[in-house]
Design a protein around this ligand. Structure first.
Ligand code: GTP
Length: 384
């Protein structure tokens, strides 16, 4: 047993005890400000679990009330946090978000009611399936541990599939929330790990909102400001490409600015699928930049050529402009039928950072010169 906590002053112990609640309040405010339901759900799950542990689990687990509270929290955390990660974010006050809050509230109310009225009835079931302390040092039952492992693996794949600051934060905060359950009898463990869990979410929330400020609204890509911030931190060994949509002015003039915007979004989403470590930015207008950190020119050219080919082979459907302007649902359904398709191509110029480049602007200039050559060569080509 650790002795560090009991050797602290009463004031410090109090601060440690209240820390998860304080951080939960700050995270909830940030989540509302930035319209993030996933953050709010984590706050609710963590706060309730911490309260349950602080209120009911400061007594031996052999007491049926404690055993019931412990089993409840062992199920409540993994099930809800993994579901939270899998249900896509679409705002903190949407009907879907409200349904999720209600779902959580119903569970919390049921656990609280059962704790006060029906503990004896459930004791047998708990003893059979979720008997705590199956191994020395481990408090969580094997069944709950198995469930947690399944949920962690699922959450990991979710993160790997869609890696953003928030999904990374959700994963690690989930792991932190499970630690107190495994090692419940360590001193102050729930305060420490729920504090860690909330700090991770707070950090992830800040990062996600910070990134939002750097994103281009139309394409969802990072913008030029972020590109220059990244380049400022890189002194050597990278390749950089400038990508420009061919004859875009003619396209805008023929089909209108709205259709032009759709083309920009389509090209951006295709470019964003580039492999080989390329990171895509909207440089401005109909120009994009792809940055290959630590990669040679040949490597970049190979992957850029693949993506150039994919874009040129993706037919772009032109929709009826008049119905689109009306904006109502029926008109949109009618317009959903493509009138015709056109081929969109891009030209790409690439440059690799070399000793003679004094700064990133000079590398961009070389990539721009290569792009100019690509246009002169007839477009739909990569020049390095
Ligand atoms: N729809 C739309 N058009 C944009 C946006 N930003 C820039 N443009 C248009 O992009 C066009 C750029 O055209 P140019 O640079 O002249 O070249 P281009 O027509 O692409 O021809 P090449 O580059 O020589 O193949 C201009 O008509 C701009 O108005 C935008 O956000 N949305």
């Amino acid at each position: 047993m650790l002795i560090w906590h009991s050797s602290l002053s009463a004031n410090t112990q109090d601060i440690i005890y209240w820390m998860p609640y304080g951080l939960a309040a700050i995270t909830a405010m940030l989540a509302l400000q930035f319209n993030r339901r996933q953050l709010i759900a984590v706050v609710i799950v963590n706060t309730f679990s911490y309260w349950l542990i602080a209120s009911y689990l400061q007594q031996p687990l052999s007491i049926s009330e404690a055993k019931f509270a412990f089993t409840s929290v062992c199920l409540f955390i993994p099930i809800n946090l993994v579901l939270n990660q899998f249900i896509n974010e679409n705002g903190s006050t949407t009907p879907r978000a409200i349904a999720i809050y209600v779902f959580l509230l119903v569970q919390m109310a049921s656990i609280s009611l059962a704790l006060n009225f029906f503990v004896a009835d459930t004791a047998e079931f708990i003893t059979e399936w979720f008997e705590p302390r199956p191994r020395e040092g481990l408090v969580m039952s094997l069944a709950a541990l198995g469930l947690s492992v399944v949920c962690i693996v699922a959450a990991f794949f979710r993160w790997a599939y869609k890696s953003t600051s928030l999904t990374i934060g959700l994963f690690f905060s989930f792991v932190a929330s499970l630690f107190p359950l495994m090692f419940l009898d360590r001193e102050a463990i729930s305060s420490v790990f729920f504090t860690a869990s909330m700090l991770i979410m707070l950090y992830a929330g800040f990062r996600a909102s910070h990134e939002l400020a750097y994103r281009d609204e139309l394409t969802g890509l990072l913008g030029r400001r972020m590109l220059f911030e990244k380049l400022a931190g890189m002194s050597k060994n990278y390749s950089l490409a400038m990508v420009d949509i061919d004859h875009f002015k003619k396209f805008n003039d023929t089909y209108g600015h709205d259709v032009g915007d759709d083309v920009l979004a389509m090209v951006a989403s295709k470019l964003d699928q580039i492999e080989g470590g390329g990171q895509v930015f909207r440089y401005g207008g109909e120009e994009f930049t792809v940055l290959f950190k630590g990669k040679k020119l040949d490597h970049a050219i190979a992957f850029l050529d693949d993506i150039r080919e994919i874009i040129s082979e993706t037919p772009f459907a032109i929709r009826d402009k008049t119905s689109r302007d009306k904006g109502d649902k029926t008109a949109r359904n009618e317009e959903a039928k493509p009138k015709n398709t056109v081929q969109i191509t891009v030209s790409i110029g690439v440059a690799e950072k070399a000793n003679h480049h004094a700064n990133a602007e000079e590398v961009i200039k070389d990539a721009d010169n290569a792009l100019y050559k690509a246009k002169n060569k007839g477009r739909n080509i990569v020049v390095g």
